[in-house]
Design a protein around this ligand. Structure first.
Ligand code: HMG
Ligand code: MG
Length: 302
């Protein structure tokens, strides 16, 4: 397999990145972040979640954020919908893609969405059906494909099992997520290999949290298998509230630097992306989690 010459990035910063922030982030800031990301050339942005505000208070402004975005043609805006209630709320805001999110680990499924893997698929099935009937694309996020904060190592067979269930209900593409960033290249490759039993390479994306500093290595390992869709978070923001201690996604700036350095096209303007990251870091009152952004900002200042 040759390494892809073009990669598509979904910035999940406004959703995965901000969902775990303890202080409320104003909707206007989230909207401005989305605007800056699209100005930097991002063609897919995961904007928000339609989940219980009791479980994830930071996403309670989902409608306000979606309604406040000035959409650009050619940009796809996705949102998380765990059940029909979430889908019905989301559909009023006309997302381009909805995301159902399950886990390869039973314990994580219970902690995150309060049901078993089998029950989650029963809940997702009508959501997927309703979305497809309305011409809305459907992605499935698969959490804990390498390791789980409650169960430890997750075997590839369990990833294949979940991918098969997702395929069975009509999910069009899936994210192989390393929720707690414990994966290393060969283990991530095994999770992708397991997913390939049910989805083609064009329908698999990598979603690697960087808790253990392995996300770029894991990205390279996925690229070597031909994966060309990845999720990342500007400034490396984020973490899942139900995966304690897990830090953010790989920073979009770091990923873009890696990809451009390898001659792989992304369509993203790294300087404008660094500006978007500087904006949100300033709003959150802390330095960027992206090493590339910090290096480039220091170079600019010098
Ligand atoms: P539940 O308690 O089992 O749901 O929660 P329920 O149907 O029994 O309803 C209980 C209450 O929640 C009711 O309200 C419902 O109306 C309300 P009450 O009567 O108590 O006032 N409710 C909702 N409200 C708004 N939107 C909804 C909704 N559904 C029910 N859609 C539920 C089930 C899934 C809702 C809950 O567990 C939940 O919201 N969990 C949050 C999960 C989450 O957002 N996790 C973070 C995102 S996943 C992630 O970060 C991983 C990912 O990045 C990949 C990776 O890295 O692994 C994607
Ligand atoms: Mg995540």
């Amino acid at each position: 397999m040759t390494i892809p010459s073009r990669v598509k990035l979904i910035d999940v910063g406004p959703r995965d990145g901000l969902q775990n922030e303890k202080q409320p982030v104003p909707a206007a800031v989230k909207i401005e972040l989305v605007h800056r990301l699209q100005a930097a050339g991002l063609k897919e942005i995961e904007v928000t979640s339609y989940v219980s505000p009791k479980w994830v208070p930071q996403m309670a402004d989902n409608h306000e954020v979606m309604a406040g975005i000035t959409r650009l043609p050619g940009v796809a805006y996705s949102v998380l919908t765990p059940n029909l209630k979430g889908f019905e709320a989301a559909v009023l805001d006309a997302p381009d893609e909805i995301v159902v999110f399950g886990a390869a680990s039973e314990a994580f499924s219970q902690k995150n969405i309060n049901c078993s893997i089998a029950e989650s698929i029963e809940r997702f099935a009508p959501v997927v059906e309703a979305a497809l009937a309305k011409g809305i694309a459907v992605r499935g996020a698969m959490s804990c494909t390498v390791g789980c904060p409650y169960e430890g190592d997750i075997a590839p067979e369990r990833v294949a099992y979940l991918a098969g269930l997702m395929k069975g209900i009509g999910v069009q593409r899936v994210d192989v997520a390393d929720t707690i960033g414990v994966g290393t290249p060969r283990r991530v490759q095994a999770a992708i290999e397991a997913t390939l039993q049910h989805f083609g390479i064009d329908h698999i994306s990598g979603h690697f949290h960087d808790t253990y500093g392995q996300a770029l290595s894991n990205t390279l390992a996925a690229l070597e298998m031909g994966v060309w869709n990845f999720q990342s978070s500007v400034s490396g923001l984020g973490g899942c509230p139900y995966a304690k201690g897990a830090t953010g996604n790989v920073a979009t700036e770091d990923l873009v630097y890696l990809l451009h350095g390898m001659g792989i096209e992304t369509g993203i303007d790294l300087d404008a992306l660094v500006d978007a990251g500087a904006y949100i870091s300033e709003q959150l009152g802390r330095p960027s989690g992206s090493r590339v952004a910090r290096a480039l900002l220091a170079k600019r200042a010098g």
